[in-house]
Design a protein around this ligand. Structure first.
Ligand code: HEM
Length: 376
């Protein structure tokens, strides 16, 4: 239902492992090499600046500010355009895609996914699944294709700044057998995958910071020591902010984006610790069970960033470790499908930046990340 009907078979996060998935991951990997990924950093800083001002000026809409921040960052990285306000049409369209897709993803919700032979029955007997899926697909197809076609005509007019979609267009996607709809979806997925994941994490983070003034005080002391009050943070500060980094890791442990990780299906029979698991079985990383296991995380129900102070590596570096027992947390998944390491780093630190920004005495820096004075 979610992949074939609602996604037209094009959503990479739900795609079966195979040649098409490998091709897409390979292209994404090339386009997100460190040099290119680093060129996106100013985008994140500007968006973090706008977010901090929005949160101060209009705290009641914090949920929408987090969404705008995350969505605009991904929009800019992907299509070279910002989303200046949370109530603009493009934001509404992206949110409609995310909410529509989220609404059909509950495990076991669609009978046709559980009992495949039901697809041969008239759909009105089976939750009208084709109509629901087709309606969602029509909306996202229109949005993603519209952005992709716009990009192509803007490139022809030479009016597109360097961005992921432009680099994708210049890559060998056609020679690799990727069609236009797939190209539009992969770019759309960047925006979709990076929006609510980051926004939800920020929401949870704000909630915990409000509940734990002692954590804010420690972060503030670190920020004052490393950054001071006369300038805003930059990426170069990140390695010197271990407590801030630990806060990010703790929120990823304490409130992963869902209770279970992404669902996966076995493509062949397997055996684990003597248990036979047949092909077709749905498996998931139970984040809740792992992240609240007291043997792994003592006193697991307490929000305690200190537990990660000895985890000196970034989330990207931890996901690359062969020994999973050394991992910091599993919030970005595990195994072959784990979310791209470099983008993890970007998401990880952008959240950290905002956290630094919002800490109480850091609210009125006099200069921005480029050293220019800020007038409000
Ligand atoms: C706090 C932020 C984020 C979290 C917690 C998060 C988490 C995840 C998780 C758990 C998965 C599933 C991995 C699996 O199948 O086991 C995933 C997949 C994915 N994420 Fe993210 N993500 C975040 C931000 C982003 C951003 C910013 C991007 C875009 C650059 C992104 C792009 C993707 C893509 C393309 C996939 C599909 C990978 C595949 O199946 O091959 N994510 N993410």
């Amino acid at each position: 239902m979610a992949m074939e009907t609602a996604s037209g078979g094009k959503r990479i996060a739900m795609m079966q492992y195979g040649p098409t998935w490998r091709k897409l991951r390979q292209i994404m990997h090339k386009l997100l090499m460190p040099k290119t990924a680093h060129s996106y950093r100013p985008i994140e800083l500007v968006e973090a600046q706008q977010l901090s001002i929005e949160l101060m000026d209009d705290p009641n809409h914090f949920l929408m500010h987090h969404r705008r921040y995350a969505c605009s960052t991904m929009f800019n990285i992907t299509y070279g355009r910002r989303l200046p306000t949370w109530d603009c049409q493009e934001m509404k369209d992206v949110i409609q895609v995310i909410e529509g897709f989220t609404s059909i993803q509950n495990p076991g919700e669609w009978l046709v996914d559980v009992f495949n032979s039901l697809e041969y029955l008239p759909q009105f007997l089976v939750q009208n699944w084709r109509t629901v899926g087709a309606r969602l697909h029509a909306h996202e197809r229109k949005l993603w294709m519209g952005l992709w076609n716009q990009l192509k005509s803007d490139v022809a007019d030479r009016s597109v700044p360097s961005c992921f979609a432009r680099d994708f267009l210049d890559s060998d996607w056609k020679e690799q057998g990727i069609d236009e709809l797939q190209a539009a979806y992969i770019n759309g997925t960047m925006i979709e995958a990076g929006t609510d994941t980051s926004a939800i994490t920020l929401n949870c983070l704000m909630c915990q910071l409000a509940l734990h003034p002692e954590v804010v005080a420690k972060a503030q002391a670190e920020i004052d020591r490393v950054i001071g009050k006369s300038r805003t943070p930059t990426w170069d500060d990140e390695p010197n902010l271990p407590y801030t980094r630990a806060i990010i890791k703790e929120i990823m442990r304490y409130r992963p984006i869902t209770k279970s990780g992404q669902l996966h299906m076995l493509t062949e029979d397997d055996e684990y610790k003597g248990y036979f698991i047949p092909k077709g079985t749905i498996v998931m990383i139970s984040w809740w069970a792992i992240h609240f296991n007291p043997k792994r995380y003592p006193d697991p129900y307490t929000f305690k960033p200190e537990r990660f102070l000895n985890h000196k590596l970034s989330a990207a570096e931890y996901t690359a470790l062969a020994d999973v027992s050394l991992r910091d947390h599993f919030g970005y998944g595990a195994g072959r499908r784990v979310y791209h390491p470099l983008t993890i780093f970007m998401a990880d630190f952008s959240v950290a930046l905002v956290c630094t920004w919002r800490s109480k005495d850091c609210s009125s820096p006099s200069r921005d990340c480029f050293g220019d004075s800020i007038s409000r």
